[in-house]
Design a protein around this ligand. Structure first.
Ligand code: FAD
Length: 402
């Protein structure tokens, strides 16, 4: 029987193992992860778990008994330190070596570290794993003034949780607006209004010059007083094993893969946050960091390993729980989209129309029906006018039937 080894026992790693097994892979499956717990989902880390409302059990994806029943062996608390492609062998931190016929790199990403004056001496909080969530949760409860460096989704979810706990919160963002990387300007503007309405102080267009026990010093010399400093300035893909093994990697980090997740070595795949896909038509490279992407890439790679084809198509989807509501995004942000804002209901919906006049992106602040309606319009590539989309009398769910 053939041996499948999976490095990284996070969401994408475990789902690849399960997809391979459930689609008929009959060999051995070994999942190796450096965290000392069962595979868990990360979204709750910045939501319920931070507030102390939910625990590891709710975030755990499969129980030990479920993994056993699928004959998936989990080696946890063990790091993979090297890959020998010629011998098809990996080395483990405990000195062992394991052979593979097929290898999957599901090593995810890590929090990008802040490097400014004082960052080595000051205790800074990050949020990527369970350990971080525990220490940040404790620190937030004790704090009175919280400074969050970074105005992306993670930074804002932390800000949102800290406000719920009644703390003074300042978000410091180098760009002129929040969510620069992910949301179109108009939707980010709405996000900003929400943050301010929920009592978050914003310092936009400011970088951090220094950090200390007193707080954060901005580039203009002003001090944001804080007894808890959290850094959420993005994630860096864990691609060191791939680089050292000579696999093709993207210039901006991450492992280059084809549509089924195969790397430049046909015996090695990469899935989840660490994988970089190249769009066949535009040539654009993208690396997604989302729950859905972890599942989709795991499924198609797991199926490919089992010799099955994945014909399902889906659109990139992301959600975030912020300030008492849920933001959902379907599709991907890119330059050149025409933004249309549809009002009505409790919160606006933003559509991004492409050059052909069909929807390529939807950002919705609490109307899941709009997302549902847009999904089919997007999959069918229906051409729509901005006037039609903004007309509150038009029922979006009726449009694709015309
Ligand atoms: P990970 O889940 O990071 O798993 C990788 C695992 O590999 C880790 O356990 C790591 O320790 C291990 N590893 C790395 N190197 C080695 C090695 N050499 N040897 C052994 N093990 C190794 N997405 C959404 O869509 N919506 C959300 O609301 C949302 N919220 C989030 C909140 C937080 C705080 C975080 C951190 C992420 C959030 N995400 C969200 C993103 C989503 O959780 C990730 O996209 C997903 O976890 C990616 O899965 P992965 O398996 O690729 O990586």
């Amino acid at each position: 029987p053939r041996a499948l080894l999976i490095v990284g026992a996070g969401q994408a790693g475990v789902e690849t193992a399960v997809a391979a097994r459930q689609n008929g892979f009959a060999g051995t499956i070994t999942l190796i992860g450096d965290e000392p717990v069962l595979p868990y989902e990360r979204p709750p880390l910045s939501k319920g778990m931070l507030m102390g409302e939910s625990g590891l059990d709710e975030a755990t994806i499969y129980s030990a008994a479920e993994l056993d029943a699928l004959k998936i062996e989990l080696l946890n608390g063990i790091q993979v330190s090297g890959v020998d492609r010629k011998a098809r062998r990996v080395s483990l931190s405990d000195g062992r070596q394991l052979s593979y016929d097929m290898l999957v790199l599901a090593t995810g990403a890590r929090a990008r570290e802040l490097s400014v004056t004082g960052s080595d001496e000051t205790s800074l909080f990050y949020l990527r794993n369970l350990r971080h969530a525990k220490s940040l949760g404790e620190a937030l409860r004790k704090a009175t003034q919280v400074a969050v460096i970074g105005g992306g989704f993670i930074g804002l979810e932390i800000a949102s949780a800290a406000r719920k706990l009644g703390k003074h919160v300042t978000v410091i963002e180098a760009a002129a607006r929040l969510m620069g990387r992910l949301l179109p300007e108009e939707a980010a503007g709405y996000m900003q209004e929400l943050a301010v309405a929920n009592g978050v102080a914003l310092e936009l267009g400011h970088t951090t010059a220094a950090v200390s026990r007193e707080g954060v010093m901005l580039d203009d010399g002003r001090m944001v007083a804080a007894d808890c400093i959290v850094v959420g300035i993005g994630a860096v893909p864990n691609d060191a094993l791939a680089r050292e093994a000579g696999l093709a990697v993207a210039e901006r980090g991450g492992i280059l893969v084809n549509p089924i997740g195969r790397t430049s070595d046909p015996a090695i795949y990469a899935v989840g946050d660490v994988a970089v896909h190249r769009d066949e038509i535009s040539g654009r490279e993208h690396r997604l960091e989302s729950w859905q992407n972890a599942n989709l890439t795991a499924r198609s790679t797991g199926m490919a390993i089992a010799g099955a084809a994945d014909h399902s198509i889906d659109l990139p989807w992301f959600w975030s729980d912020l300030f008492g509501g849920t933001v959902q995004m379907l599709g991907q942000m890119r330059d050149g989209l025409t933004l249309v804002r549809r009002d009505g209901g409790q919160a606006p919906v933003f559509f991004g129309l492409n050059e052909e006049g069909s929807i390529e992106l939807v950002v919705d602040f609490g109307q899941p029906k709009a997302i549902q309606a847009a999904r089919s319009l997007m999959l069918e590539g229906t051409e729509l006018s901005p006037a039609l989309l903004t007309d509150r009398d038009v029922d979006l769910s009726q449009l694709n039937e015309d």
